[in-house]
Design a protein around this ligand. Structure first.
Ligand code: GTP
Ligand code: SPV
Ligand code: MN
Length: 605
């Protein structure tokens, strides 16, 4: 495709955008180039086309209006961390936690894959902005993709379309260049498949160039490039350079019965409870939660010295299994309004969706693999990483501040993971540096959100292991410096939580979900100096009396077990932390070694 052909309909005079589109079209050779406007008519055209190719099945409009079902190729169900690269110019800048290849070498390799890869397809040009269009510095991107599924999903997940492109043109703005292809060209007359993808996958970030190249997958985190690739991997590099933080965190607003408001951000690894906590319905009377974000927070120090957070996204890309009227009624209300895409769940005979953990299992359904399914089936109806994709504006408890480009001042940061043992329900860090130590050593059992083994304990610093776009040792220094360069009294207090500790029979000790409001209450009362705690070697743990247990269906024994700090279990963590820290050599800030020494001393080892 010549530049003239590629740009014949271009609704912009922004030379950088025109050059980008022309260059990628020349390489990938699509049959057509389409500039997205983000309009309702466009959505209808896209979804009709997706129904036409069999990618989408429209759900029953009287149950879920304007909503669609998709089932992926079974080889394309999750993020592919082993195929994800940070191609910094200098290998040292990617650090020991990322895959690396020299940028030139990677580009040569990928140009080979991209050559003609959009043949027989349309290349969609998606102008988008992460965060607010009227932010002080709007964070623009252009995603070029040959997937209508990705284009439709991007419309839910990010602010996109003509308004964004016009603003980019007006400002002659810088933007992140994001290229995506499913890697499945169509020869003349060749029929498409329901879920085009490729056995070969690459998810590549070029941090210095603020560029993303993705190939071979249509799955969310691999393909909706505004999300993990831009808003975390590329943005974390921008944040390092500019002195802010791009984090894998939910943001919520908590109001007490007395009307006191606090803002809480929380970093949990993938499939460890962010979306559920973000939309929590408190079980304790008088307390209210409102949602600001469920996955990503961009945070900067404001003029008042406080840490202000915005959610750069526009939708929820939530784990379906386990979501129901009890665990997450607010998510259910959000998706029931329609305008949503469901991927890799089960399709029922009445044209609705179902997944493990949802109420009222259907007598018969079609599984995500396209097979007949009944409640007696041995196989799961839905992939454990099946997802709903739904507009954030449909959330009844969305906080009004969501629309404020300044964001909200964060009072507390929670780190948390999925640990069967060792880690108590909640504890408070001693100070910012100790909190950074807790984040840097965060550990969690792996989940189905990424391909590979599930249930293996790994270190997942700040829940950012797969998302730090540079050397994680430098990332820890960046966190330490935020504490050093600012007034500690104004920074958020740091806590650590674990909803997933188990009893001897393997059951969860803590009921979780709405009951997590009791933990939030302790956190805010702790900050106001009202809640009791005992000092332990790992930090301040609530005394059982300090936690509001009114009406909680839990034995004293179980509560003690959930709050227990077992010195022997923690001693067993020490060599693991030591080994983790050694990976970073001289790049690990010395104060983190001092924190480890402090922990050892308090444990008496
Ligand atoms: P990503 O979207 O992958 O980043 O995941 P997430 O961190 O948003 O996790 P999400 O809230 O979707 O929860 C993941 C799984 O954990 C779901 O199956 C939930 O039902 C389950 N879960 C969430 N909160 C709790 C809890 O408090 N207790 C227990 N036992 N399970 C929980
Ligand atoms: C995660 O894996 O952390 C997700 C889903 O939130 S994805 O967008 O695929 O990254
Ligand atoms: Mn989530």
């Amino acid at each position: 495709m010549t530049a003239d052909q590629a740009l014949s309909d271009a609704p912009t005079t922004h030379q950088g955008i025109l050059d980008f589109v022309a260059e990628i079209a020349a390489m990938t050779k699509p049959d057509a180039v389409y500039w997205c406007t983000g309009s309702d008519e466009e959505w209808t055209k896209l979804t009709d086309a997706l129904v036409g190719t069999g990618t989408f099945t429209q759900l029953n409009p009287s149950i879920k209006p304007n909503s669609y079902y998709a089932a992926s190729d079974p080889i394309d169900v999750a993020r592919v961390e082993d195929r994800t690269y940070i191609c910094s110019v200098d290998e040292k800048d990617c650090g020991p936690t990322n895959n690396w290849m020299a940028p030139d070498e990677m580009k040569t390799l990928m140009r080979g894959l991209y050559d003609g890869c959009m043949t027989g397809r349309t290349m969609y040009v998606i102008p988008f902005v992460m965060g607010h269009l009227d932010a002080e510095k709007p964070m623009f991107g252009i995603e070029l993709t040959d997937s209508a599924y990705v284009t439709a999903s991007m419309r839910v997940m990010a602010r996109m379309g003509s308004k964004v492109l016009d603003r980019m043109t007006e400002l002659d703005a810088d933007f992140v260049q994001a290229v995506h292809s499913v890697g499945h060209p169509l020869a003349e007359g060749q029929a498409d498949v329901k879920w085009p993808c490729n056995d070969t996958k690459y998810i590549v970030q070029f941090p210095e160039e603020r560029t993303i190249w993705s190939f071979g997958s249509g799955y969310g985190g691999n393909a909706l490039l505004g999300k993990k690739c831009y808003a975390l991997r590329i943005a974390s590099v921008m944040a390092r350079d500019e002195g802010w933080l791009a984090e894998h965190m939910l943001i919520l607003k908590l109001t007490s019965p007395q009307g006191v408001t606090k803002y809480v951000a929380a970093a949990f690894p993938s499939a460890c409870g962010k979306t559920n906590l973000a939309m929590l319905q408190p079980t304790i009377p008088g307390w209210k939660v409102e949602t600001l974000g469920d996955d990503i927070a961009w945070m900067r120090i404001g003029e008042d010295g406080r840490l202000w957070a915005v959610n750069p996204e526009y939708g929820f890309f939530g784990v379906a299994p386990g979501t129901n009227e009890h665990t997450n009624p607010n998510a259910m209300r959000t998706i029931n309004k329609g305008n949503s895409v469901f991927t890799n769940v089960a399709l029922t005979e009445d044209g609705d969706v179902w997944w493990e953990g949802l109420e009222n299992p259907p007598a018969r359904a079609t599984s995500w693999k396209g097979e007949p399914w009944t409640p007696d089936s041995e196989e799961l109806s839905s992939h454990p990483n099946s997802r709903y994709c739904t507009p954030i504006k449909q959330c009844d408890i969305l906080a009004a501040e969501y629309d404020d480009p300044r964001g909200v001042p964060i009072d507390a940061i929670l780190f948390g993971g999925r640990r069967k043992t060792t880690v108590p329900l909640v504890f408070e860090a001693r100070d910012w540096t100790h909190g950074t130590f807790l984040g840097a050593t965060l550990s969690s059992e792996t989940t189905a959100a990424a391909t590979g083994a599930v249930g293996v304990v790994r270190r997942d610093p700040m829940a950012m292991l797969p998302f730090i776009g540079y050397n994680a040792g430098d990332y820890f220094s960046h966190w330490i410096n935020i504490g050093k360069d600012n007034d500690a009294a104004k920074l958020p207090k740091i806590f650590y939580v674990n909803w997933f500790r188990r009893d001897d029979e393997g059951g969860f000790l803590w009921p979780g979900f709405g009951e997590n409001s009791r933990v939030l209450k302790w956190v805010v009362e702790r900050m106001d100096g009202q809640a009791g705690a005992r000092e332990t070697p790992i930090g301040y743990v609530p005394t059982p009396e300090a936690l509001d247990t009114d009406g909680l269906d839990m034995t004293d024994e179980a509560l003690h077990a959930a709050l227990e700090v077992d010195a022997e279990e923690w001693k067993a963590e020490i060599p693991q932390i030591q080994e983790w820290f050694e990976k970073f050599g001289d790049d690990l800030p010395g104060v983190l070694w001092s924190e480890l020494d402090g922990l050892k001393a308090r444990l008496g080892v």
